[in-house]
Ligand binder design. Structure first.
Ligand code: TXA
Ligand code: MG
Length: 353
């Protein structure tokens, strides 16, 4: 299949044709990759079981890993979700459109193929004009996982989507680099207490302002016992991972640089091709020739924005091993470290003074 890329201008008038084409493609049961404010999504009709199967196939994703249903107005929630509490509506009013996904018991119109066999459904309204246009043009309910091949870092540009899905889907809408760069925050509202399943741009504190106490799923921190099942099935799969072995190194900047310099030099002497993921403040401390700068600690949105691109860059360089600093910045640090630790298979070492 030939994959066509349509560039969006950001002007709704000029983009109307491309958006309506994507809508038709989705209505007909096929797939289109679309930009959102978080990451690119691989969009199909959420109410068509065949579309869900096509999504799993194109991504190479296990079909027990449920999809997020994207809507374009709050009223659309009622048709697909049950037990929508006043607090859930308050969250929707406060954070939608935006990078928040809520999980509800599902209604029968949502096929089990879309929810990976679960009787719950994840729903979000993206804050992106073109995405909202496509959802409306597609009939109002669009299932869209991140548009990467399963296991790879999520796509923050249309080029990443093409890298992963060229020949597997018919259409990509290119809206340029996304705004946030990390997937939405996911909160499960089906239990006794609300539970954070994936940290993101909307923080735990912001959720608690509306919901009161919110639990955090142990899988978020990699603290799941082997016999426990994560609440978000996606959390059990190796994720975001570059091909090289990734290790997170914690400690003071000097101690981290000291240890990483020693480890990268040892790797070089074994004939390997090491790389380092560093902040702009500390990039100069490393002697390794492959230093991938993810951005400034003073502007943490920069780090969130370029993390996935830098993990992909490590693959382009065929880097192995890879060492990453910790990016435990105040607002987005939790979300960034969750992705980075998953990419590292939770492998972290401490550099002592
Ligand atoms: O920002 C985002 O959320 C992006 C953009 C495209 O909207 N989408 C995204 O989808 O990240 P995906 O499929 O890559 O990640 C969805 C996660 C998976 O870990 C999945 O297991 C979980 O949400 N999930 C979906 N439905 C669920 C459900 N009913 N119960 C528990 N977890 C669910
Ligand atoms: Mg994903």
């Amino acid at each position: 299949m030939e994959t066509k890329v349509y560039a969006l201008t950001g002007n709704p008038e000029e983009d109307r044709e491309a958006i309506s084409l994507a809508g038709q493609v989705i209505r007909s049961g096929q797939l289109a990759a679309i930009p959102t404010e978080t990451v690119y999504g691989l969009a199909g009709d959420a109410l068509n079981p065949g579309s869900a199967s096509r999504i799993y196939e194109a991504k190479g994703r296990p079909s027990d890993n449920p999809l997020i249903v994207h809507i374009a107005e709050i009223q659309a929630l009622e048709k697909i979700a049950r037990d929508i509490s006043p607090k859930a509506l308050e969250l929707a009013r406060r954070f939608w459109p935006g990078p928040l996904t809520m999980i509800f018991p599902k209604k029968d119109v949502v096929p089990l193929e879309t929810t990976g066999g679960l009787d719950t459904v994840a729903v979000r309204m993206p804050a992106h004009e073109a995405a909202l246009g496509v959802i409306r043009a597609a009939g109002g309910y669009v299932a869209a996982p991140s548009a990467n091949r399963s296991g790879r870092p999520s796509c923050t540009t249309a080029e990443h989507v093409l890298e992963d899905l060229n020949g597997k889907i018919g259409l990509i809408l290119d809206g340029g680099p996304v705004g946030i760069g990390l997937e939405s925050t996911i909160v499960d509202l089906t239990g006794r207490l609300p539970c954070l399943l994936r940290p993101g741009f909307i923080s735990l504190k912001q959720l608690e302002e509306v919901l009161g106490e919110v639990e955090t799923d142990p899988a978020v921190k990699g603290q799941l016992a082997p016999e426990q099942r994560p609440k978000a099935p996606g959390m059990k799969y190796r994720h975001y991972a570059p091909r090289g072995r990734l290790t997170v190194v914690s400690g003071t900047p000097e101690a981290v640089a000291g240890l990483v310099n020693r480890l990268t030099e040892e790797a070089l002497s074994r004939g390997e091709n090491p790389a380092v993921l560093a902040s702009s403040e500390t990039a100069g401390l490393y002697r390794c020739k492959n230093v991938l700068e993810v951005g400034s600690r003073a502007r943490e949105s920069e780090i969130a924005h370029s993390l996935f691109a830098m993990l992909r860059r490590a693959d382009e360089l065929e880097a192995d091993p890879i060492f990453a600093e910790e990016f435990d910045t105040p607002q987005l640090g939790g979300a960034v470290m969750n992705r980075l630790m998953k990419a590292a298979g939770f492998h972290r070492i401490k550099a002592s003074e």
